[in-house]
Design a protein around this ligand. Structure first.
Ligand SMILES: Cc1cc2nc3c(=O)[nH]c(=O)nc-3n(C[C@H](O)[C@H](O)[C@H](O)COP(=O)(O)OP(=O)(O)OC[C@H]3O[C@@H](n4cnc5c(N)ncnc54)[C@H](O)[C@@H]3O)c2cc1C
Length: 380
């Protein structure tokens, strides 16, 4: 067992960190305040391979591993969790679904421009009345001749407004329950598909989150993604891997919140000394450093299993559950260490505290992770 990153992975971490510090850090507050999705950043992300991290070079990707993917997502989240969320949703949901289950023609047509950053991907599973219970979705697709006609609405779709390509799950045979749900890949501008309301969010405000509405949206047969009736099962497999990304996002966010608090604790003086000399502060820092290390190891373990081609439903749920919950504590302790300055927008602690909550909700809430883990350990 070797816990060390390779020389190449250390270089990758350094490159993404330098990029995030130079290109993202100066804009974090402005993008958050304006709820601005920084489309202008996408070509720069693409130059580093971050729009197609794990896809083979023949599809325009960077051909990196799942562990490399975690390093990239972590380093972006350390500086701006919202940008990291967008990169994770684009790579790990939309593009990954097409890459994993698409035909060769679909991969050429969609994965390549997505991986090159020429297009942005969205992925719609959640609906207003079907969140954790995604199988209860109402959006339906009906076969008419050689076309499928979609009607319904997706909610909380990352890149619902800015996406060029949307993968959407829809019921194609209501009698078959979860085995009657199929996936479709739909281009922006297809008549009948339009973005709905943009959400005004607590955190992750620079990541676009919107409704996607389907009104008699007609697509040809070759827009069916994966087998008919297999869309829900495929989506669960996409989420198994996607959760590793959210775990990495939580680790990076926790690291950013921790570093900001540590640096502040060294500088801030009360009672004639830096607050970092007080045991109450030191223990918070030590506990968070310990929890972050543990979360990182769980996340890399799940990623290494994916790289080894092993099933990691349990491990990715464990990594996501633990990392997101320790990240909430790291962000909360960060605010506490900043004191009153943690409560105002001039310092970074407040934004980490707002952004972090998404990690215990998106791609399956903590409660759902516990259900997945319990099911896995009790079925053995
Ligand atoms: C910023 C953001 C981005 C998102 N991006 C996407 C995206 O790109 N694509 C997409 O499809 N979705 C996306 N989502 C949706 C997200 O995955 C859902 O919000 C999440 O799965 C929870 O669903 P819900 O909000 O309907 O909550 P609900 O399912 O209504 O849950 C409410 C509460 O009940 C609990 N609960 C539900 N069922 C159970 C149970 N069986 N046992 C115990 N507790 C339970 C939940 O844990 C939660 O605490 C995004 C959400 C946000 C906020």
């Amino acid at each position: 067992m070797d816990f060390a990153l390779t020389e190449q992975q250390l270089l990758l971490r350094k490159a993404v960190r330098e990029f995030a510090e130079a290109e993202i850090r100066p804009h974090v507050r402005e993008w958050d305040a304006a709820q601005h999705f920084p489309r202008e950043l996408v070509p720069k992300l693409a130059d580093l391979g971050l729009m197609g991290i794990q896809f083979p070079e023949e599809y325009g990707g960077a051909g990196m591993s799942a562990v490399d993917y975690c390093i990239c997502i972590e380093e972006l989240a350390r500086v701006d969790p919202a940008v990291s969320l967008s990169v994770a949703a684009h790579n790990g949901l939309c593009a990954a679904h097409i890459f994993m289950f698409g035909t060769e023609a679909q991969k050429q047509r969609y994965v390549t421009p997505l991986a090159k950053g020429e297009q942005i991907g969205a992925w719609g599973l959640t609906e207003p009345d079907a969140g954790s219970d995604a199988g209860a979705m109402r959006t339906a697709a009906v076969k008419q001749g050689s076309c499928w006609v979609l009607n319904g609405a997706k909610t909380f779709t990352t890149h619902g407004r800015v996406g060029d390509v949307c993968v959407a799950m829809a019921v194609t045979d209501r009698g078959k329950g979860r085995h009657g749900i199929s996936a479709f890949v739909i281009d922006r501008g297809t008549p009948g598909m339009r973005p709905g309301r943009k959400e005004d969010k607590l955190g992750m405000r620079a990541s676009d989150t919107s409704e996607v509405i389907f009104e008699d949206c007609r697509v040809e047969e070759d827009h069916l993604l994966g087998g008919e009736g297999e869309g829900f099962i495929d989506a669960m497999k996409v989420l198994d891997a996607g959760r590793i990304g959210i775990a990495a996002l939580a680790v990076g966010l926790a690291q950013g919140a921790f570093e900001a608090a540590r640096d502040y604790a060294r500088e801030r003086r009360q009672f004639g000394q830096p607050i970092a000399t007080f045991q109450a502060i030191r223990w918070k820092l030590a506990d968070n450093a310990t929890r972050i290390e543990a979360a990182r190891l769980l996340t890399y373990r799940a990623a290494a299993m994916k790289d080894g081609g092993r099933r990691m439903t349990r491990e990715s749920a464990i990594a996501k559950l633990f990392s997101s919950e320790i990240a909430v504590r790291a962000a909360e302790d960060g605010v506490q260490i900043f004191g009153g300055y943690g409560f105002v927008k001039d310092y970074p602690a407040e934004k980490y505290f707002r952004d972090v909550k998404l990690t215990t909700i998106g791609e399956g809430t903590s409660e759902i992770q516990r259900l997945v883990i319990a099911r896995q350990i009790l079925s053995g």
